[in-house]
Design a protein around this ligand. Structure first.
Ligand code: MTE
Ligand code: CO
Length: 427
């Protein structure tokens, strides 16, 4: 904790104690007053006067109807249709780090397909001694691992290069989800197929394809394939949802979402990359001089304040305010997040809810005593490599403005005196 934070913590404790000393009459500016009898406390309520629903009412539960605005949303003008399209995770309304599958963003190049486990096959071919075809039941017989990882589309924040455009963390940063995956290390399956996993593998690659019409084929260097890539069939404890690749998807920790091939159908071992559509005309970044960067696999450290934000305004007056957000890095653990309320002039160290986990989302909080004045709210992530999230100007200087992908710049929300927030840029 910084000295500044400690001071804030101390003043907040004194403040809450003061409220108790006043007989609980005033719990603080803007908080509920207990001076008048509150019927929600003093009266027997309707929900306590009868019976609730039985356990047979909901064999598989959905969120309560009062939460029906916590949903994926898309941006209508972004894609020509909803088949080859994208929607966004409502990160402004979630807390903690795990994304429920039901509201985790989706990106399909040719729609989400329905593939039964019985019809599922995974082929490993190419430069292996024993080309193999695995059924779903075969995959279940290999030793499994569990890991939490974020998956971020390379196009996340891609609409913000030229200027502040979309009004909400869901739209600017919602092409991300974070789940606990259960699956078999790809290394195990490659070994089963007789692939030699030692020695110089620097010229070896795999090419991965999905069973959907787009196939979304991508080349992955062998070093990564043998490192932490998972062939996953469960997410957050349950089967993958159709839209996330049921029954089997590839998990490529820390690397751009496009490589996380869904409905995984074929892995070919090769002595070079395929240079497929998805890694040449797409998922490359054209720089200011017209030359494109390719093989930009890793997702650099990034963060965003999820609340307050345009879709999650402050709904109370001055006094205690919880600022919270998410941070992540494709290079490892998040070690620190700073928050600025004045557009990056001054920074305070935020509190990480838990120690950073490699290639997974971290949740941060900064509790402040808000004086009710406007703020230019920003967050800045640091990862274990020492990398610090850049400002938008710093990023543009290197990358120009032709890019779509890999925009990991610092985001600014202009929080007004009335608590509403807007997407803005500061320079
Ligand atoms: N895999 C297949 N087979 N088809 C696809 O269209 N889209 C890719 C990747 N894997 C895609 C795919 C892209 S661009 C991203 S960002 C992630 O899947 C999104 O995963 P999600 O839909 O589970 O969020
Ligand atoms: Co993507």
């Amino acid at each position: 904790m910084t000295a500044d934070n400690q001071k804030k913590g101390a003043s907040r404790r004194a403040f809450l104690k003061g409220a108790v000393a006043a007989g609980g009459a005033v719990a603080g500016a803007g908080m509920t007053r207990a001076a008048e009898p509150d019927p929600l406390i003093t009266e027997v309520q309707e929900w306590a006067s009868g019976l609730g629903e039985g356990v047979d009412a909901t064999p598989y539960g959905m969120p309560i109807r009062f939460e029906d605005d916590v949903i994926r949303r898309n941006v209508e003008w972004l894609t020509a249709d909803t088949i080859s399209s994208i929607n966004f995770t409502p990160i402004h309304a979630l807390d903690g780090t795990i994304t429920p599958q039901g509201c985790a963003f989706e990106r399909h190049h040719s729609g989400a397909i329905e593939l039964r486990k019985e019809d599922y096959r995974l082929m490993i071919n190419g430069m292996v001694d024993k080309p193999m075809i695995f059924t779903y039941a075969d995959l279940e017989r290999f030793p499994r691992e569990n890991h939490v990882y974020f998956c971020e589309c390379a196009a996340n924040t891609g609409m913000e290069w030229a200027g502040a455009q979309l009004n909400g963390a869901q739209f600017t940063h919602g092409m991300i989800h974070n789940m606990e995956y259960s699956g078999v290390p790809l290394r195990t399956l490659l070994t089963e197929a007789g692939m030699e996993t030692t020695g110089d593998l620097s010229d070896k690659w795999i090419y991965v394809e999905g069973a959907d019409a787009s196939s979304n084929g991508r080349s992955i260097p062998m070093e990564k394939a043998l490192d932490d890539v998972l062939v996953a069939f469960k997410a957050n404890g349950e089967a993958l949802r159709k839209e996330h690749g049921y029954p089997v998807r590839l998990v490529v920790p820390g690397w751009e979402g496009n490589m996380w091939v869904k409905w995984l159908r074929r892995i070919e071992v090769l002595d070079g990359p395929v240079e497929s559509r998805e890694e040449t005309s797409k998922y490359t970044d054209t720089l200011a001089n017209g030359i494109s960067r390719k093989w930009t696999w890793e997702m650099d450290a990034k963060s965003v304040v999820t609340s307050p934000s345009p879709q999650s305004p402050i709904t109370h007056g001055p006094g205690p305010l919880v600022i919270t957000g998410l941070a992540w890095s494709g290079h490892g653990k998040i070690t620190r997040v700073d928050v600025s309320t004045d557009g990056g002039k001054n920074w305070q160290q935020a509190r990480l809810a838990a120690e950073g986990q490699s290639k997974a989302l971290s949740r941060f909080y900064l509790e402040i005593d808000w004086d009710g004045s406007e703020m230019l709210l920003q967050s800045r992530a640091h990862d274990e490599t020492g990398y610090v999230q850049p400002t938008k100007d710093e990023l543009r200087e290197i990358r120009g403005e032709n890019s779509i992908y890999h925009n990991n710049c610092i985001q600014t929300w202009w929080v007004k005196e009335n608590g509403e927030a807007e997407n803005v840029e500061v320079s």
